[in-house]
Design a binder for this molecule. Sequence first.
Ligand code: ATP
Length: 591
Amino acid sequence: MEKVNKQTFKRFFQLIRPERPILFGLILCSLIGNALVIAMPFIMGIAIDDLIALIKMEGLGQVTFTMVKETLLTPVLILILFSVISSFMSYIQERVMASLSERITLRVRKQITKKFKSLPMSFFDQHQVGDILSRTTTSLNKLSQVFLTEINQFFTSISTIVFAGIMLFYIDVKLTLIVILLIALSSFLTGKISNKNKELAEISQEELGILNNKTEEFLSGNLVTKTFNQQDQAKEVILETNQKHYKAFLNAQFLNFAIYPAIRLINQLAFIVSAIIGAFLVLQGGITIGLLQAYLQYINQVSEPISTASYVINSIQAAFAAIDRIFEILDAKEDVPEKTSLQLIEQPTGAIEFNKVQFGYTEEKILMKQVDFSVQPKQMVAIVGPTGAGKTTLVNLLMRFYELNSGSITFDGVDITNLSRTNLRGMFGMVLQNTWLFEGTVADNIAYGKMDATREEIIEAAKIAQCDHFIRTLPNGYDSIISSENGLLSQGQQQLLTIARIILANPPVVILDEATSSVDTRTEAHIQKAMDEVTSNRTSFVIAHRLSTIENADLILVMKDGDIVEKGNHHELLAKPSLYASLYNSQFQQT
Ligand SMILES: Nc1ncnc2c1ncn2[C@@H]1O[C@H](COP(=O)(O)OP(=O)(O)OP(=O)(O)O)[C@@H](O)[C@H]1O
């Protein structure tokens, strides 16, 4: 069983704090409604006893309709009134709870959205997208469910047990003690069954998770599976996982369906035993028939919430576990706050300097021991090195996606920690291998970095980025909708669009991750030309994979194991035995 930690309770109560008056009102409604429901069997009991007394006094044949009416009118009217009021109370409860639940969920959703903006990159490194999504959707739904059903159910159960319990003791103390014993026995047994049920439900859930993962794996790897002719093997694996899930699901369902009759049976036992003992008491004159029927109704009322208590507790615990998952996001460590007095670079030129930069993704492992270099405005810097050398890391630090362990990075002479992140990142444009386009028109996608761009500016940027020609061949030209499904653009074309985006936004510094694959020679030539355009007249950092393209770079940084091991221009680096020379020669020999 999942444990609910104290901290979560505390946070939960903080969350509902602003709604306290409404919650108290709701508890009051619930109390009034339940008290009335509990009073009803008692009133019925009095009415039945009065009727019996009347029959005894007058004799069965002598009782007239008027006499019955006189005896029963008041209790029946009271019963109708109570029933109307208690229905109205539960209507108010449900109504108010629904809007309260939505309000709280909305508040939490807003908090999460705000939080996302201030979470550091490392948070996203440590959490998979699927996990974050499930926390912000499924877990959030669970939170709203807590208010909609669980809290209501909880209060109703507690007040029913208390009120009906008082009535049971009021009517007959000894009988009630026996009944409590029977109910305790029955809830012990149901608790046992429901624990087993929970175990089986968990196994079934796990099997479903495995099935989902496998299916997702095969669907996303469809191309590779087909290429290696592994469809049959994939089918086998899916079938086998499916079979396991089927069995686990059946087991869980069987017990689930078996539980209700079992609980009912055990409860009936308590009911039957008390009916028999009650009948004897009536015969001995210890209790009236009216009160006995009220008594039996109370047993039903009280045993229902007791026997389902373990369900309610389980679902409340599951809900709190879900809430815990949301709080983990809300409590996650945020980015280092911005300094209180920030500088603003209004006319950036693009001069960049790394001074004794030391950095590690984790405290234990330092990746960059000491990185120093400086770049003049409009220079082109190429970053080369084997895979895992730290090229992307260098770029990440430049845009302050991570904080340095020591040292500093300056932009136009200003330490980047003295700039707001918005100001800093606004001065960079990035073209990555994994292009990111959103569902919208081609024109909107190009204008992503300059929302107020005119159509002429968009077309001009597209022309410079070598994409105007293919955009014009699309069904609706610049107004064609790009979506992940319609496969309108090839990978190379998508990359060209992102270059057009940068040209339009016109930042003083660009970062380019050179495309390595997936494009034909003609598109590659286009991309190269577009890249040349985008790097001219501004500072540029190129993560280069083909060294032939960076021979003209003003500065080449050769990285290895996180640090810069060589720097200079192409000729300087080739002039001596160097890592660059060996990388260059090996590529040259391959081609
Ligand atoms: N988010 C991260 N968290 C922890 N370690 C990371 C993270 N990103 C990269 N690393 C590690 O830092 C080192 C440098 O990685 P980086 O991605 O900067 O190399 P790279 O030169 O860009 O490699 P590639 O050419 O393969 O893209 C690697 O050992 C990598 O495993």
